[in-house]
Design a protein around this ligand. Structure first.
Ligand code: HEM
Length: 411
């Protein structure tokens, strides 16, 4: 027997759309209940159609690998439906393209993000980390999320893309605003800053493209993108601007979250932190476990292109489908009875924090490298790393991150 949206008992489970539910931490117990009892769960939303929350690892991978059924393009990747003009602009973001357009746009970029190319950035990333930690050492007491974790990705992405250094802080500010729409403290009155961030960055990117097209090409991603052939020739400045916004936002906040939530997880497991300090060969596994245990994004959305069935549930054409990474990363069917535990020695570790299949994160090697070098240099620089107060989380059903983590650092 198949289930449909109408036949689902939505009252039995808490409202997992409600951003307030995430303020005290990820809702792992509710997700486990859903995984076991209603793995493709219908969740209503205020003021617009609800969505199917896909809780199990196997079902999330199934949705990810079928862009012919589950589109990233027709409804975007977040649960809230966008205004038509906003959706139209988003279609120039790689993340929100379906094949064949997605394939022709991803291919010219893939080489620049290969492990061996990204690996060449290691020395520079190390240098940036050392400079950030030198500054942090001067005060000793830092707000780790913004003052420390956030500094690295904005500088790394800035250099990779070729954004002038004097604009990095502004870009970071816009990127931060864009991901905090559900948190009034970060987004400001009526979420204005959230929308403002993205459109301001879009205008900046357009002007940046016009300027760069008048200059000699440089050894950076902006030149590569502006000169690239994306199926029917180079991108227009308008297309570039959406592309730029997605790249810069994707590379900033997720990485910041990995670094700050990662430190929080390590401090909560002092034995494992001590092991990592003593044996850096554990670093690769530690970063993977941080990504699984404290995945920066709770979900991404798809929209059904036709009527279909998923794990016995009838999904109608046009329905929203959320791939719940936070739940999939704790699925006992994949991670066994230690799924809820933090274990830097976990192997294999098939987490879905970077997504899966066609849209698998293009920046994966860069994110992993930043994670490894950051924690390596942090442990090299400081013999004392202590949390001095409670952390505070972003109010969001999408961003699984911290907005404050008070830390004391001493050499
Ligand atoms: C810890 C850090 C990061 C996490 C957790 C993360 C996560 C993700 C996820 C979940 C997706 C979508 C997968 C899907 O829809 O199936 C994605 C796509 C993407 N990410 Fe990342 N990301 C991170 C860092 C980065 C960095 C550093 C960059 C580049 C500077 C980047 C660039 C991209 C791009 C361009 C896409 C779109 C790929 C496509 O649609 O083909 N990401 N990322």
């Amino acid at each position: 027997m198949t289930t449909t949206a109408d036949s689902q008992d939505t009252q039995r489970f808490p409202d997992i759309y409600d951003p307030d539910l995430y303020v005290d931490g990820p809702i792992h117990e509710i997700f486990a209940d859903l995984r076991h009892n209603d793995p493709v769960h219908w969740q209503p939303m205020p003021d617009q159609p609800g969505y199917w929350a896909v809780m199990r690892h196997a079902d999330v991978t199934q949705v990810s690998r079928r862009p012919d059924i589950y589109s990233a393009e027709i409804g975007g990747v977040v649960l809230e439906d966008m205004a038509p003009e906003q959706l139209e602009q988003s279609k120039n973001m790689l993340l929100m393209m379906d094949p064949p357009r997605h394939t022709t746009h991803r291919k010219p970029l893939a080489e620049s993000f290969q492990a061996k190319v990204i690996g060449q950035m290691e020395a520079r990333i190390r240098e940036l980390c050392r400079a950030i930690f030198t500054e942090a050492a001067e005060t000793g007491d830092v707000e780790f999320v913004h003052d420390v974790s956030g500094s690295l990705p904005s500088q790394v992405v800035g250099e990779l893309v070729g954004i002038p250094e004097e604009d990095w802080d502004q870009i970071r500010d816009w990127a931060e605003q864009s991901t905090s729409a559900q948190d009034p403290e970060l987004a400001g009155e009526g979420g204005y800053r959230a929308g403002g961030g993205l459109s301001d960055m879009g205008v900046y990117a357009y002007q940046f493209a016009v300027k760069r097209r008048q200059e000699e090409p440089k050894e950076d991603l902006a030149s590569l993108i502006l000169a690239g052939n994306f199926g029917d020739g180079p991108m227009s400045e308008v297309e570039f601007s959406s592309f730029f916004v997605q790249l810069v936002t994707a590379g900033n906040d997720t990485t910041k979250t990995m670094l700050s939530s990662g430190l929080e997880a390590l401090l909560a497991h002092p034995d494992q932190l001590a092991d990592l300090r003593a044996d850096r060969s554990l670093m690769v596994g530690a970063v993977e476990e941080i990504l699984r245990y404290a995945n920066p994004l709770h979900y991404f959305r798809r929209t059904a292109l036709s009527d279909t069935e998923l794990n016995g549930v009838q999904i109608a054409k046009g329905d929203k489908v959320a791939m719940m990474y936070t739940s999939a990363n704790r699925d006992e069917a994949v991670f066994g009875d230690t799924a809820q535990q933090f274990d830097i020695r976990r192997s294999p570790n098939q987490h879905l924090s970077f997504g899966f299949a066609q849209h698998f994160c293009l920046g994966v090697h860069l994110a992993r490298l930043e994670g490894r070098v950051f924690f390596d240099e942090l442990l090299n620089t400081f013999s004392t790393i202590e949390q001095t107060g409670p952390s505070r989380r972003i109010r969001s059903n999408l961003n699984n991150g911290l907005k404050q983590l008070p830390i004391h650092l001493a050499r």
